[in-house]
Design a protein. Structure first.
Length: 618
């Protein structure tokens, strides 16, 4: 009996596939904008409060810090927490987690919009479940549950005493005389740190749509990452938006966030306008409780095995006989392909034949997802909601309530693909196709800064390494790292996330492994008495050459995709993408390479510097 239970998808003939491919390209071209990422406005100037002000926790006064510490970690979300946990395991417990939020959680601290849930399997995404003994309540955990789990991690592993909240990093400057990083903040701090780790996460700073007249609208405006329950009614854990009963609301965007928000607006607001440039792929949610008996029966190491299985299915391929443990939209194509291969007796195929098979399944799955839109009774609206692009051109979503909203009289889709956005905002509302729509509230579900301009994405004014070299200048034409986590001329500094490292389908797994590697290097430097550690220039050059020699060229796929943050809004000239330059042989090949490097114990490729030893007196 087959272990694979494929999702039923329509057949797609070669002729249909060719026609769909042409449709995909035409739909992409309708949405391409010449200004690409520049179509978005930074959360600064008049709008800086959307980023800087914390509506959830009052700022506690404290004295400026001017002393020394072993490490400053920028961020207290999953990334910063995993780095901190791994540093402590490596014996480094003198550090600060610095974050502009009021508590641990990162994106799960800031994002409190109605309906927020993780859109990855919680048993994969929520880290350290075995270590904490925590069982998520359901497959897709609510945002507040993930936030609460962050507090469990902070308390259980003693991270809270090292946290500096409501603090924005303004400058990082290397002092070659003292071999310390000077960390300046908006709270007047000048912390001297042996090491610095940039752990802000890839999506941490809200961005705004550059709609003409944005400053003129006199109604209420807020970003989904700073939800205003005082205005809407309800609260985070019970989002009954009763104050919207007499309000006309517009929400900009139909990405993963808006897909979760719209059903709540549809339920409570007098009128909801959903402004869409590009529709999302939205599968059934089928959320369900975690079975406590099943959870208790799992053997040690089960979460690591599940994470690996998810990565295989979502980003590589399931091995013959390897089950799909997660079974959702992220794993469907791999599961369906293996079902086909199993039915055919696992025929030998070249890589080209396998990827052709997978591509066809991609078209079939997307046809199934488009058919879901026919839940919507109005044919024109249903057609506008259909996503015409390849799977993973945009972040896939799942929701059982989004499409039915458009059968309500109080929900209207405003499709701006043809006009490439709203015409303008007025004092009283927005204009589309020459018609003004009056609204009381504008909600921005416009995502986060993923621009190639790192100073804009990170929001740190100054990062200067050896000789005052700016990291922004050094990386202007692309990343330059060793192992994706260190850089020549930036001693004692470590990087996380999507740089030139391995990329796992679960970000939290990436952060755990990067934190472990960083902890190893930093602790070894301290054990050996080194005051400075950085990559050798030649070793870094050789690493980059190797990385690029094994890179998988995905540019054709990306260039054919509809514009999104996955492909720099269709900008083919950019040197750097949101996912960096991942290790071409796969994530676990990358971590195996790092493990072998650590096992050798030579710190190969890194230069260590030591304090001069005074000559004995004669």
């Amino acid at each position: 009996m087959s272990i694979y239970k494929p999702t039923v998808c329509p057949e797609v003939t070669p002729e249909q596939k060719a026609a769909l491919h042409a449709k995909y390209l035409a739909e992409r071209d309708r949405r391409l904008k010449k200004d690409h990422n520049d179509q978005y406005v930074p959360a600064s100037g008049k709008w800086k409060d959307i980023y800087e002000v914390d509506p959830y926790t009052s700022v506690a006064p404290r004295d400026a810090i001017t002393g020394e510490t072993d490490c400053v970690i920028l961020g207290a979300g999953y990334c910063g927490m995993m780095v901190a946990h791994q540093l402590k395991k490596a014996g480094i417990d003198q550090f600060y987690n610095v974050d502009h939020g009021g508590n641990f959680g990162g994106t799960w601290y800031w994002n409190r919009y109605p309906g927020i849930q993780c859109d990855n399997d919680s048993l994969v995404y929520m880290p350290l479940l075995e270590e904490t003994g925590y069982m998520p309540s359901k497959k897709f955990a609510d945002g507040y549950e993930i936030h609460d789990h962050c507090q469990v991690i902070a308390d259980q592993f003693g991270l809270r005493e090292n946290a500096l909240f409501h603090t924005l990093i303004e400058s990082l400057k290397w002092n070659a005389e003292t071999n310390r990083w000077h960390v300046g903040t908006n709270r007047g701090d000048d912390i001297k740190a042996r090491f610095v780790v940039l752990a802000m996460g890839p999506l941490n700073k809200p961005k705004l749509p550059g709609i003409p007249g944005l400053d003129q609208f006199k109604g209420k405006v807020f970003h989904t990452a700073r939800w205003d329950y005082d205005y809407t009614g309800g609260e985070w854990r019970n989002p009954e938006l009763t104050k919207l009963a007499d309000k006309k609301v517009a929400i900009i965007g139909t990405g993963a966030t808006a897909v979760q928000v719209v059903p709540y607006l549809a339920k409570y607001a007098a009128q909801t306008y959903v402004v869409q440039r590009t529709p999302s792929t939205i599968d059934v949610r089928n959320n369900r409780p975690i079975d406590a008996d099943w959870y208790a029966s799992q053997e040690p190491g089960w979460q690591e095995a599940r994470i690996r299985n998810f990565h295989h299915a979502a980003m590589e391929r399931l091995a013959p006989g390897e089950p799909d443990l997660v079974e959702d939209i992220w794993t469907e194509i791999s599961k369906n392909v293996n079902a086909e291969l199993e039915a055919e007796g696992w025929p030998e195929e070249t890589a080209e034949q396998f990827f052709a098979r997978r591509e066809t399944m991609d078209y079939r799955v997307m046809e199934r997802l488009r058919a879901r839109c026919d839940i919507v009774k109005d044919p024109a609206t249903a057609e506008a909601l259909k996503p015409y692009y390849r799977y993973l051109c945009k972040r896939p979503a799942s929701n059982d309530d989004f499409y039915p909203c458009f059968n309500q009289d109080n929900v209207t889709l405003i499709d701006v693909a043809e006009t490439q956005g709203l015409e303008r905002l007025t004092e009283n509302g927005f204009v589309h196709n020459g018609v003004e729509y009056e609204i009381d509230c504008l909600i921005l579900a416009s995502g986060y800064e993923v621009t190639n301009d790192l100073d804009r994405r990170w929001g740190i004014k100054t990062i200067e390494g050896e000789g005052g070299l700016s990291i922004y200048d050094y990386w202007r034409e692309g990343f330059q790292t060793y192992q994706g986590m260190t850089a020549h001329r930036f001693p004692n500094m470590f990087f996380t996330g999507f740089t030139q490292a391995g990329a796992n389908a679960s970000n939290s797994k990436t952060f755990i492994d990067q934190g472990f590697h960083i902890g190893y290097i930093a602790s070894e430097a301290l054990k050996r008495g080194a005051v400075r550690i950085e990559p050798d220039a030649k070793a870094q050059e050789d690493y980059i050459k190797l990385l690029r020699s094994i890179a998988v060229d995905t540019s054709e796929f990306a260039n054919e995709c509809t514009p999104s943050y996955f492909n720099n809004e269709g900008d083919q000239k950019k040197k750097r993408g949101i996912f960096g330059e991942p290790w071409g042989h796969g994530y676990y090949a990358f971590t195996d390479m790092l493990a072998a490097w650590r096992e050798a114990g030579e710190l190969e490729g890194l230069n260590l510097s030591f304090e001069p030893v005074a000559e004995p007196a004669e």
